[in-house]
Design a protein around this ligand. Structure first.
Ligand SMILES: Nc1nc2c(c(=O)[nH]1)N[C@H]1C(S)=C(S)[C@@H](COP(=O)(O)O)O[C@H]1N2
Ligand SMILES: [Mo]
Length: 197
């Protein structure tokens, strides 16, 4: 991670880099536990909880859903930020509509390979830039970055962007996730430096 105080994008707009963050060009790989290798014909995405229609999708079905591109900056709690990421995927809004999210739902919990989980308030998941993403900068999300599907919640520190997603649960009450139980701030707003408890 190189400190680049002279990066033209930061010079042009110093506010763009949240407090305490350092710009990086590379995309570091960070997670707890090992990287899964899925047999893709067995991978499923399950959508459940406070919904009218519990739904299970194959990868082909996920890829066939309406998609959009989000260009965003990502901010990791370990202080690296990476600008201008092009992500493509299904808006979480669309997933909520598909399953018929109920009025009781107020949080979304992401369940991943190996028991990893994280959560956000419903309004964060329904924001325009919140995706289930399968492409980054024009290529499929790589194995170590969450293939075949990960969450993208660019308004939050990047640990909320769960890799190797297996289920999306709409919940009435919040449920602390893996990092949140281990000292990370559940709100995770990079602009307010909500890093740890
Ligand atoms: N399934 C899973 N997703 C995860 C994690 C993890 O341990 N398991 N770590 C989070 C953390 S702490 C970070 S910083 C980002 C890193 O994403 P990257 O490796 O694509 O940069 O993934 C997040 N998503
Ligand atoms: Mo992280």
């Amino acid at each position: 991670m190189l400190r680049r105080p002279t990066d033209p994008r930061v010079e042009a707009n110093p506010e763009r880099l949240p407090p305490g963050q350092v710009l990086t060009e590379k995309w570091p790989v960070l997670h707890y536990g090992r990287v899964p290798t899925y047999e893709l014909d067995r991978w499923r995405l399950r959508i459940f909880g406070e919904v009218a229609r519990e739904t299970t999708l194959t990868l082909a079905e996920v890829l066939a859903l309406p998609s959009k591109e989000v260009v965003c900056d990502i901010h990791c709690v370990t202080t690296w930020s990476r600008f201008d990421n092009h992500f493509e995927g299904v808006p979480l809004r669309h997933i909520a509509e598909l399953a018929g999210v109920l009025p009781e739902a107020a949080f979304v919990e992401f369940h991943c390979y190996g028991g990893f989980s994280t959560s956000v308030p419903l309004e964060v998941a329904l924001a325009e830039d919140a995706l289930l993403t399968y492409r980054h900068d024009g290529v499929p999300i790589s194995q170590e970055h969450g293939y075949p599907l990960r969450a993208l919640l660019p308004r939050k520190y990047f640990w909320k962007s769960a890799k190797w997603l297996e289920a999306v649960e709409f919940r009435a009450q919040d449920q602390l996730g893996f990092w949140e139980r281990n000292g990370y701030n559940n709100s995770a707003d990079p602009w307010r430096e909500e890093r740890y408890w």
